[in-house]
Write a protein that binds this ligand. Sequence first.
Ligand SMILES: NC(=O)c1ccc[n+]([C@@H]2O[C@H](COP(=O)([O-])OP(=O)(O)OC[C@H]3O[C@@H](n4cnc5c(N)ncnc54)[C@H](O)[C@@H]3O)[C@@H](O)[C@H]2O)c1
Length: 332
Amino acid sequence: MLWSRKPVSIGLIGCGAMGEIHAHAIARHGGARLRCVFDPDRARAADLVRKHHGVRLAESLENVLADRDVEAVLIATPHNLHKPQTLAALQAGKHVLVEKPTALNHADACEMTEAARRYGLRLLVGQVMRFWPNVARAREAIAAGRIGEVRQVIRRRMMRQKDAGRAWAYDRKQAGGWIIQGNACHEVDAVLYMLDGQVARVEALATRNNPKWNDIDELAVLLALESGAICSLSQSLNCWPDGIDTVIIGTDATITLSEVRRGFAIDTDTTILGASDGFGEQIHDFVAAVREGTPSRIDAGNILETMRTLDRISEQLAEPEPCTQRAVHALA
Ligand SMILES: NC(=O)c1ccc[n+]([C@@H]2O[C@H](COP(=O)([O-])OP(=O)(O)OC[C@H]3O[C@@H](n4cnc5c(N)ncnc54)[C@H](O)[C@@H]3O)[C@@H](O)[C@H]2O)c1
């Protein structure tokens, strides 16, 4: 992406799957420069340094934060580290883009948002679906009144994920529950963003099936929004084929979204929007926020309703018993 201002110099914390994707997104953006990377898994960090010319291998988070050339940090680490690492970075005077979820709960997300405000720094959260063309277009259409008043949203995220490929994802202390903090975090956020919604009431049911997850892997959530719209969100880690689809029923028309075909339709008028570069757009928002002070759709304050709703889903599943424990059936 073309950019005439001085590039924003970024320190990357966490060089796993997402760290690598973000490093490439930074490299593609003319307004950002990857200055240094840190990961306690030195082989991973060294691998990124090898792939990106001129990047320094830092030996600790403190070392990244002490680097005067680093203006901003991108945090792509396990969920329980998001809060302490974000607060440390803000305290060191760095702007932050932290991966989703903002934190393990709403109270921590509020504390982080307040800290950024107090220090006069930007804190953005990697809720990348807000940049997905279907999601962005649905939000615009709804805001423009093209489907009238929204009555109901039905969204399904179907995946056949046998394992996470990351040991920390199975540990509730680190991940906070993969299907809620890892996945529902995207789904709830996408729906609330499309509808610009506030949640009045939450109901949730879940079951555990694949023992590997040490957690729920089937989730059904009902949301009643302040606007009067109702939403049902279903998520499965045991479904074949993969896909995310959505129906948004309005008084005048219905929107259907398919993330498999990347199709956007109002009633029968379908547009295929093509693949998005959500991570690139996210970096662009971050660069514009840091350099120009531009408001962002992923400012941490805009994500608080999502975090509050995730807390309410977790509370529902905790009482009176954690969730239904099914007889284990092998998925291998
Ligand atoms: N936006 C998306 O679509 C999307 C997709 C997958 C994951 N994520 C999010 O990205 C984040 C990272 O997930 P991932 O898939 O890259 O996991 P990962 O396990 O592949 O990478 C995490 C990395 O963090 C490193 N790490 C652990 N402790 C650290 C510390 N103290 N300091 C610095 N690094 C440390 C690990 O060594 C590992 O390399 C999570 O918040 C996850 O939810 C987002």
